[in-house]
Ligand binder design. Structure first.
Ligand code: S3P
Length: 427
């Protein structure tokens, strides 16, 4: 199948969440262009409205206006975060700085995801939770009462931009210093960059501590969100597996803490060029050019994982088409994503005839030349759905993804874009 054309990726999910939340705390009217309009982004907009922050509807191609007073108001309803872990964890950080009680919940998937990784350090800072035996709760629904925070020095149990962002946001909302250290590899640094742009001191010590000082001031802003490199990744994968053509993806964020998968693909022999064309939201943006071609197995180290955490499903399906074997080390964190991504990835790879095993926290995928054929069970996980849909590009493939609609969590219109670049007709 040919994959060709020139497309844009939807707005960056991580930046959209952070910018909506920061706009919700900046006194005055902020404006976002190119914001993501997916279900997850809408969850953030929805909870902001319940916190007394008017946000205009998130519609493709429309700017978003956020009118804020500088502090949230006590919500009169439960804050439903849908499928979005980022909404939940970042919001908990901001709520920790507010002296009122708020209850958060989410869908079936989100209610299974671990929250103690943020509630425990927030409780250390002085936030109160309704938990059994006074313990910091580990699951939604949960209620938080913030206010009167003190400073924090905290070693994260896993490298995670959601935990780091949550705690920096607590420092921001509570006006207290926060220092955090990640154990292995650096997670995406959008929060640090944004806070610095508002005059907050966020510095890294020689020992790897990220030190936040409440030295800045949030002001309303007018920003354009770059395209999401994590969504673009699926299009990159489709172009690589095609029998011919060439794809250009324009205006995507090229923050080096997000482009780890490009470095891995380069190592696998992929022909991809990334050209920076400018900056948006204080981050590099540019265009990707991808040509199909053979790829080879590689080893993805534990250190690299935080920089490509969302691209592992895609890299794993590509590894199933590569020559040789690929190891993904220390990917246990995938078990607590929107699904047990590690288990589901291995199961689905085998279901379409590929060779995949999980050995401890390592995923091993052996490339195979026969076309992928079989059913794929997504459990509503958007990235599993899109990764396996990409395999459908392979000549002779018959991959039946049980739910492609869940792609709308992060990539509204994914199926249409895939049809556009492959020239496939609608189903
Ligand atoms: C995100 C951080 C990552 C990532 C998620 C978005 C963020 O989660 O998987 O899609 O915007 O901070 P973790 O911090 O749990 O690794």
């Amino acid at each position: 199948m040919l994959v060709q054309g020139n497309v844009a990726a939807p707005g960056d999910k991580s930046l959209t969440h952070r910018l909506l939340l920061l706009a919700g705390m900046a006194p005055g009217r902020s404006r976002l262009q190119g914001a993501l309009t997916s279900l997850d982004a809408r969850s953030t907009a929805k909870v902001l409205r319940l916190l007394g922050v008017p946000v205009t509807p998130l519609r493709p191609g429309k700017e978003v206006l956020i009118s804020a007073r500088g502090r949230f108001e006590r919500p009169r309803q439960i804050l439903h975060c849908g499928n979005s872990g980022t909404t939940t964890r970042l919001l908990l950080g901001l709520l920790a700085g507010h002296d009122f009680r708020a209850t958060l919940t989410g869908d079936n998937s989100l209610r299974k995801r671990p929250m103690r990784r943020v509630t425990e350090p927030l409780a250390r800072m002085g936030a109160q939770f309704d938990g059994k035996g006074g313990e910091a709760p580990d699951r939604l629904p949960l209620a938080i009462r913030g206010g009167g925070l003190h400073s924090l020095e905290w070693e994260l149990p896993v490298s995670s931009a959601q935990i780091k962002g949550c705690l920096l946001f607590a420092g921001l909302a509570g006006g207290v210093p926060v220092s955090v250290r990640e154990p292995s590899g650096r997670s995406r640094d959008h929060t640090e960059r944004l806070l610095r742009s508002f005059g907050y001191r966020v510095e890294e010590s020689a020992e790897g501590w990220l030190q936040f000082e409440p030295t800045g001031k949030l002001e309303p802003f007018d920003l354009e969100v770059p395209g999401d490199i994590s969504s673009a990744a699926f299009l990159v994968g489709a172009a690589l597996l095609a029998t011919g053509g060439g794809l250009a993806i324009t205006g995507v964020g090229l923050n080096p803490t997000r482009t780890g998968f490009l470095r891995v693909l380069e190592r696998m022999g992929a022909r991809i060029t990334a050209i920076q064309t400018g900056e948006r939201c204080g981050e590099p943006v540019g265009d990707l050019q991808v040509r199909p071609g053979p790829i080879y197995g590689t080893t993805v180290t534990a250190e690299e994982i935080p920089g490509l955490i969302d691209e592992i499903p895609l890299l794993a399906v590509l590894a199933a088409r590569a020559m040789g074997r690929t190891h993904f080390h220390q990917v246990g964190e995938l078990r607590v994503k929107e699904s047990d991504r590690l288990g589901l990835l291995a199961e689905n790879l085998r279901a379409v005839g590929a060779l995949a095993t999980v050995e401890g926290d390592t995923l091993v995928v052996q490339g195979k030349r026969t076309p992928p054929v079989g059913p794929v069970r997504t459990e509503g996980d958007h990235r599993i759905a899109m990764a396996f849909a990409v395999l459908g590009v392979v000549e002779g493939a018959q991959v039946r993804v049980d739910d492609l609609e869940c792609a709308a969590v992060s990539f509204p219109g994914f199926d249409e874009v895939m049809r556009q670049v492959t020239g496939r007709r609608g189903r």
